[in-house]
Ligand binder design. Structure first.
Ligand code: ADP
Length: 498
């Protein structure tokens, strides 16, 4: 691992333009007037003070969204018109890509170049995908009997509360906002308290694009206050959430004990990355390494349990260590950097404590394991071998650059061990044997299986988990249908011979 000092960054940090709540088409202070600080994880300095929304603000935002849904133009526009406006929104996002990318890079410690060329174009892409879907929402016709016929109408579900995490502030916001808009819903977005800035920027651009007031509202603030107020709100018709499994449970409970609104949950993971003997080690080891440490390991689909078949084990591990040694940790605005700081002090300490668990429980620390001796929340890419399935680092989601490596012998064994987790989000299967690839893909209980690739996303490819990784899907047409509900309309037919 190499480290770089952030003073070498020559990027001009943009002026922060939007720090207030966005309700009913206006930037406003919170009712309480309270603010909170968003911190730059590179240097622990304050980036900006942002309005701290709470229950009263959520009430105002939901009221605006309710009015925009019940009486406003958005759900009543022709789908073509919604499509036109959403495409404009996508264009505006691409016009401002540098500025938005800088906000996410600063707020979340993400690599600026990756956000600029990956996350933000993905946001625009997803908007275009759902803009194109807006006029392809249709139900079915039902020939029920000789006396009855019917059809189904797909209607927007209503006011949607969207609770977003901090690791991919832009994509995870738009994976929910775009389909909700295409469906004709109105939304109240609660971005993560660590990364509030880009959501406010999107609200501003939504207005510029012509999205009517009240359709997109953003309440920045904390989870147990603003987030809880949204998920327990009696006038919210649906909650879309991405975040931890623990908070997913709280949200489901809040929904169940308020108005029984449906929720969709995209939660944690502990994904197996399985490598069989027949692969090209020089190609697959870098993929496995990046699969675990991409976005500093702050990604729910991190391939954090690496299973390597015994025949290539030693060679593969050697290559992983070489990767780790040349991996540059440092300022995310420096184009040479491959890994920025962890999001905040809490996560930083949590990751370090998992590393301690790994050592104490008897895993062998091969490389990394330390934080960098400087300001900011930087942690070395860390590789443990001799990890057993029972160890904490093999079971719990670490959300940091920590890879647990395990050896296996047979297909049957690895399927069993890969499934030995409460999670079921993703899995990687690396082999040139088609039969093994298909067998493992069918046998792993996870929502996404990547064969000979990893992190391969597309707006058309549904994404979500099995088991404690959640339910329902973002992206694809499944991602649209969860913001729609089905109405069956039935009429009698008299004297029909058919
Ligand atoms: P992570 O573990 O990735 O930080 P969390 O699940 O804690 O993720 O947070 C994801 C989102 O959920 C954030 O926007 C956060 O503010 C919100 N959140 C946290 N606690 C609650 C809660 N009790 N009710 C609703 N939202 C919450």
């Amino acid at each position: 691992m190499q480290s770089k000092d952030s003073s070498k960054s020559n990027f001009n940090i943009p002026k922060i333009k939007f720090t207030q709540l966005f309700i009913n088409g206006e930037f406003v202070d919170s009712v309480s007037g309270k603010m909170f600080e968003t911190i730059d994880p590179r240097n622990e300095e304050v980036i900006a003070s942002v309005a701290e929304g709470d229950k009263d603000d959520v009430d105002l935002a939901v009221k605006a969204a309710r009015e925009a849904f019940d009486n406003g133009p958005w759900p009543r526009l022709s789908p073509k018109e919604r499509r036109r406006i959403m495409l404009k929104f996508a264009d505006l996002i691409l016009e401002h890509v540098e500025e938005i990318a800088a906000l996410d890079a600063m707020d979340a410690g993400k690599l600026f170049s990756v956000v600029k060329t990956g996350d933000i174009p993905n946001v625009a892409d997803v908007l275009c995908y759902y803009a194109g879907a807006a006029d392809k929402i249709h139900g079915t016709t039902l020939k029920m009997s000789r006396e009855l016929q019917g059809y189904t109408l797909l209607e927007p579900i209503g006011v949607v509360g969207l609770i977003i995490p901090w690791n991919f502030p832009s994509p995870l916001l738009m994976h929910k906002v775009a389909p909700a808009l295409a469906a004709g819903c109105t939304v109240v977005v609660k971005p993560a308290e660590q990364t509030p800035l880009s959501a406010l920027y999107y609200a501003y651009l939504a207005k510029q694009a012509g999205i009517p007031d009240g359709v997109v509202n953003v309440v920045t603030g904390f989870g147990p206050t603003a987030g809880a107020a949204l998920s327990s709100h009696m006038d919210v018709d649906k909650i879309g959430f991405t975040g931890s499994t623990e908070v997913g449970r709280l949200i489901m409970h809040a929904a169940a004990t308020s108005n029984l609104k449906p929720v969709s949950l995209e939660l944690g993971g502990k994904s197996p990355f399985i490598v069989f003997d027949d692969v090209d080690v020089d190609k697959v080891a870098p993929l496995a390494f990046v699969g675990a440490v991409y976005n500093k390991g702050e990604i729910c689909v991190a391939g954090s349990r690496l299973f390597i078949q015994e025949g290539i084990y030693d060679k593969f591990v050697k290559k992983l260590v070489e990767m780790a040694k040349t991996w540059v940790v440092g300022d995310p605005f420096d184009p040479n950097t491959r890994q920025g700081p962890q999001i905040d002090k809490i996560q930083f300490e949590k990751v370090l404590s998992y590393i301690e668990h790994g050592k104490k429980e008897g895993a062998t620390l091969l490389t990394g394991g330390n934080s960098l001796d400087r300001k900011g929340y930087f942690i070395e890419p860390t590789i443990f071998v001799d990890v057993t399935d029972e160890m904490t680092i093999a079971k719990e989601e670490i959300f940091g650059p920590v890879l647990s490596v395990m050896k296996f012998k047979t297909v049957e064994e690895v399927i069993k061990r890969a499934n030995c987790t409460k999670y079921g989000l993703a899995a990687g299967v690396m082999t040139n044997d088609l039969n093994i690839a298909n067998t493992v893909s069918r046998s792993i209980r996870a929502g996404v299986i990547w064969i000979n690739c990893y992190f391969a996303f597309d707006p058309d490819c549904p994404f979500g988990g099995y088991k404690c990784s959640g339910f329902e899907r973002d992206l694809g047409m499944e991602g649209l249908h969860k913001y729609l509900q089905v109405k069956s309309v039935v009429t009698p037919i008299y004297n029909s011979p058919w």
